[in-house]
Ligand binder design. Structure first.
Ligand SMILES: Cc1cc2nc3c(=O)[nH]c(=O)nc-3n(C[C@H](O)[C@H](O)[C@H](O)COP(=O)(O)OP(=O)(O)OC[C@H]3O[C@@H](n4cnc5c(N)ncnc54)[C@H](O)[C@@H]3O)c2cc1C
Length: 467
């Protein structure tokens, strides 16, 4: 098996940039759903905990609201009780009920939807499916459902913002996604020593141990097809690699639009709903900011307006929410001694086909929003201490990784783009062409993408009569 990768390094969205001793994870910063990682490493005959030095991050996030209120999300329930009761008397009971529902959703969704092969109607439409739709509250909107648990918009936001990881607004997402805050609080948010890129390093090492070869800086410009089958790939330099089977992991819509012969599926994919994009700032800083935890999230007050701006108007909200990651708080080796490494991420709309977005202006505003939010919690001298800045936006995501529309999470997870209705892990016509990645079943996020890879591999093994 040969992996052919366009860029100079493995990992794609989960790659890492190093400069002057500062290490920046380019995309993912949170190792969530740890049991899924464990199961996928076990499926490779490996132990996640032996391969990676994982540390639990607790409190997981510090949430900062516009009025200055702070909520530390933590598995320490006594501390949660004190904080919640101060924000909204009686709300701790709401949290207990919400976590109980999240536990049920997690249990049902992981086996019933995430790990379930969905390549054929027979695999998906088993007798339990109707019961799942109801038990998982797939037809109930997440945000409106929150009124059962909390009254204040602050707390409703604190336990639904994770929907954006699925490319969804909580005002449209299914209530199923309470499984995410449940898992973050109960199973934990983790950090591998060396950053999220350590996951990629471990997987590459395992693959090499099984004889897999890696060709970096090697873009594919065509998946070759012959007689209804994939016969290999043509590289950008004109070389051809013959193959008995091809697994495509690049963004699915891009594969259909650029690597396969033209067909109506490419147009249909373009018309689907895509997740948001992100404006990211990577800063080397010449002094540490110990008051910043690993994950700080500034949640803007106009919660509904934020999602409208990002997902419908495809722009930057007037007053955006901002996420700041300080990896050296979780692993000191991510910054040189006496310095800091900071990442600011601002969710923004994906690229519009009419090209009407003024990216330099939006980027400048997003940067100002990160600095402005940080100043409200006392980090008010950052500009003077930034030694270098790297940034990326939707155009970079598109050009560097071939992400259609620059959407950082691929196809969104709205109901009509989930499970059996999400693109399958095998091409419907070229039966030896398999798909893995965020825009395929089961979906976006590092652990779920691992599942997609295993489902594609299992399908391949089944087709080829392999054990
Ligand atoms: C800003 C951001 C924050 C995120 N935060 C989190 C998080 O905290 N936790 C989490 O679990 N997930 C997070 N995610 C989501 C997660 O990163 C993705 O779902 C996952 O990494 C996608 O993996 P993939 O293999 O589908 O795609 P990619 O990582 O995009 O991999 C596809 C690969 O294909 C290569 N490629 C493309 N075209 C070609 C070609 N023609 N020839 C050869 N190679 C090609 C690309 O270079 C790339 O390496 C985040 C993503 C972003 C962008």
């Amino acid at each position: 098996m040969t992996v052919v990768e366009k860029n100079a390094q493995a990992g794609g969205r989960c790659s890492q940039v190093e400069r002057d001793g500062h290490r920046f994870d380019v995309g993912p910063t949170l190792l969530v759903l740890p049991h899924i990682y464990e199961q996928e490493f076990a499926a490779l005959g490996e132990s996640l905990r032996k391969r990676l030095d994982l540390r639990r991050v607790d409190p997981t996030y510090r949430l900062v609201f516009d009025g200055g209120e702070t909520l530390w999300l933590t598995s320490d329930l006594e501390r949660m009780r004190d904080q919640l009761e101060a924000l909204e008397p009686g709300s701790f009971r709401g949290l207990e009920a919400y976590l109980e529902e999240g536990r049920r959703h997690y249990g049902l969704a992981v086996d019933g939807l995430v790990r379930r092969p969905c390549s054929s109607a027979g695999e998906f439409f088993r007798p339990d499916i109707l019961g799942l739709v109801i038990s998982l509250k797939l037809l109930v909107r997440h945000y409106s459902h929150m009124r059962r648990f909390f009254r204040t918009p602050m707390l409703k936001a604190a336990f639904t913002f994770q929907d954006l990881y699925m490319g969804l607004s909580p005002f449209e997402a299914a209530a199923t996604f309470s499984m995410m805050p449940f898992s973050e609080l109960v199973h934990g948010v983790w950090y591998p020593r060396g950053g999220m890129y350590a996951v990629v390093g471990a997987l590459e090492e395992i693959a090499r141990g099984h004889g897999v070869e890696f060709a970096y800086g090697t873009p594919v410009d065509r998946i070759l097809t012959d007689n209804g089958r994939a016969s290999g790939v043509r590289l950008a330099d004109g070389r051809r690699l013959a193959a008995e089977a091809v697994v495509a992991n690049a963004d699915l819509a891009y594969v259909y639009q650029h690597l396969l012969p033209p067909d109506r599926r490419a147009r249909r994919l373009q018309a689907l709903d895509y997740s948001c994009s992100a404006l990211s700032f990577f800063w080397g800083v010449d002094r540490p900011y110990p008051q910043l935890g690993p994950h700080t999230l500034f949640l803007a007050e106009d919660y509904h307006g934020i999602f409208e701006a990002i997902l419908r108007r495809r722009t930057l909200p007037e007053h955006p929410s901002v996420y700041v990651h300080a990896p050296a708080r979780a692993d000191a080796s991510m910054a040189p001694p006496g310095q800091d490494t900071l990442i600011g991420i601002v969710p923004v709309g994906h690229l519009d086909s009419d090209g009407g977005q003024d990216w330099p202006e939006l980027k400048a505003r997003a940067r100002q929003a990160v600095l402005g939010h940080l100043a409200t919690i006392g980090v008010d001298d950052l500009s003077a201490h930034i030694t270098f800045e790297i940034s990326s936006g939707p155009i970079d995501w598109r050009d560097r990784l071939n992400l259609v529309n620059g959407s950082t999470h691929g196809l969104s997870h709205k109901l009509t783009q989930m499970a059996y209705l999400r693109p399958h892990n095998r091409h419907p016509r070229f039966r030896n062409l398999y798909f893995a990645g965020a825009s395929t079943h089961p979906g976006t996020g590092v652990p779920t993408v691992l599942v997609s890879g295993r489902l594609a591999a299992e399908r391949l093994a089944q087709d080829w009569g392999l054990p």
